[in-house]
Design a binder for this molecule. Structure first.
Ligand SMILES: Cc1ncc(COP(=O)(O)O)c(C=O)c1O
Length: 485
């Protein structure tokens, strides 16, 4: 067991947390008279709090600690070596070995010709940067055409070609989807309650249907559902004016709302719609990237063929604050000519210590065959969780890889969902604290319909999967009884 780093006693930590630490997305009032949970160490798939209580982390931090908590020493050594060699240098006009090596490594695991890597500090910045890249891509292309025409005219050629305005700025995203909190990424979110406090937002984002099939008419076939979604997407683009739409941004499997997997033919159709109107397709793989769905990227798993991938969390298994925008060669092309440059940068983008950590993470993922493990165990995981469908409160099980959600319903026959008030009592009042008390960290979420999200470290094995299912079974049985009282 490692020696604690802190010099403060548990009581002093509680006091300092109350007085100084502002928790993210947290109703601070909920800790009035309650202890703030303080996690002090991790090991494999388990965490330990300040009182010595252990928890199975079925959320992998925040869908992020893909290799689990057992490789800290090895990663720490890589970070320390980098700190000794070069603690910091920037990617603004300069390169350094770790950023170069990591870019090459990321390109090697990314599908197809997604070969160009722009580093950022996290997922929101990745989404923000992808949208800016898409916006500037069209104007850079237009500028290049204009420059070529001007050059030919200067050489005496008579050209009557009209150069169309190439500016595009709109983004298309899906309802209920979460894409981050910085203003651009926030504007892309399809969760109204997150956007409203910060309006007016960045123009213009159009939100289309997500792939939640559970509340569609039961007689609708999968092919009909796909056709409905693609028509909805195309119609939204036509309404917005295709010549103004820069980017379609969807997750391979949408997290918020509860692991919405794509129906058959969906991604092929989305790619076709984007091609028809020359719109860049961005796969937001902040969660699905680096193994969560049993492949390096969801784009590979679903043959998405995106123009841009956004990634963060699993890139370093959350051992470092690093994200990456990965672009196809063709997306970088307009920026390789003349005076063009992508007018964007972040001091910490490609930080050498963060890059060294991410490199070590990828090395560990390869060595430990993490992706293969997820692919091998995903059916077991799905089957184990499907036992919970016997409970009256569990309406649906969705997901793939190590990325699942259980939708909770009031009435299984009619698929009636809980009211806002019932969600408050059920999720916040009972399930979240009860699961935590039972030693399981997972998320009870009602950004869409109420769901329990399950997304453990990718090193979880049958023992951890069985434990997750057993604790969920007990607590959800209790929840069913309470709701039926
Ligand atoms: C799909 C997706 N995109 C973007 C983000 C934002 O990432 P970050 O919290 O690192 O800014 C998240 C975070 O959960 C996410 O799930």
């Amino acid at each position: 067991m490692s020696t604690p780093v802190t010099t403060l006693s548990p009581a002093e930590l509680q006091k300092a947390a109350r007085e100084h630490l502002w928790l993210h997305f947290t109703r601070m009032s909920s800790y009035t008279g309650e202890e703030i949970p303080i996690i002090v160490r991790g090991d494999g798939c388990y965490l330990e709090d300040i009182n010595g209580k252990r928890y199975l982390d079925a959320l992998a931090g925040l869908f992020a600690v893909n290799i689990g908590y057992g490789f800290g020493d090895e990663i720490g050594e890589a970070a320390a070596a980098q700190l000794r060699e070069l603690p910091f240098y920037t990617n603004w006009s300069y390169a350094h070995p770790r950023a170069i090596e990591l870019a090459a490594e990321v390109a090697s695991v990314a599908p197809g010709d997604l070969n160009r890597v722009f580093f950022v500090s996290g997922g929101s910045e990745a989404v923000e940067s992808a949208w800016k890249l898409a916006r500037q891509y069209y104007s850079a292309r237009g500028d290049n055409v204009r420059a070529q025409v001007a050059e030919r005219m200067a050489a005496g050629e008579r050209i009557e070609q009209r150069i169309p305005s190439q500016r595009r700025w709109k983004a298309v995203a899906r309802r209920i989807a979460y894409h981050g909190t910085t203003m651009g990424a926030l504007s892309i979110n399809g969760i109204a309650s997150l956007r409203i406090p910060f309006e007016p937002l960045v123009p213009d984002v159009i939100h289309v249907h997500n792939t939640n099939r559970y509340h569609r008419p039961p007689e609708e076939t999968e092919a009909e559902f796909t056709a409905f979604l693609l028509e909805d997407l195309e119609e939204a683009i036509l309404q917005a004016g295709p010549e103004t739409v820069a980017m379609v941004i969807f997750e391979p499997v949408q997290n918020a709302g509860g692991s919405y997997t794509p129906p058959e033919g969906y991604w092929k159709g989305v790619r076709e719609v984007c091609d028809r109107y020359e719109i860049l397709l961005c796969a937001d793989e902040v969660i699905t990237g680096f193994g969560r769905v049993g492949a390096w990227f969801g784009s590979e798993r679903y043959d998405i063929r995106p123009d841009i991938i956004t990634s963060a969390k699993g890139l370093s298994s959350a051992h470092a604050a690093i994200g990456a925008v990965i672009a196809r060669d063709s997306v970088m092309e307009p920026f390789l000519e003349g005076h063009e440059m992508y007018a964007h940068g972040i001091t910490f983008g490609g930080h050498p210590v963060m890059a060294a950590i991410a490199l070590k993470n990828i090395e560990i993922m390869r060595r430990e065959r993490i992706i293969e493990h997820v692919a091998e165990k995903q059916d077991y995981f799905h089957q184990a969780l499907s036992q919970l469908l016997d409970l009256p409160i569990v309406g649906d099980l969705r997901g793939t890889g190590f990325f699942y959600a259980l939708e909770l319903v009031k009435d299984k026959e009619t698929r009636e969902t809980f009211s806002d008030e019932e969600c408050e009592t059920l999720l916040r009042g009972f399930l979240s604290p009860r699961l935590f008390e039972a030693g399981l960290i997972c998320r009870a979420d009602d950004r869409g319909d109420p769901v329990i999200q399950i997304s453990p470290p990718l090193v979880a094995d049958t023992a951890e999967i069985d434990e997750i299912v057993s604790i969920l079974g007990e607590v959800l049985t209790e929840a069913s009884q309470r709701m039926n009282r």
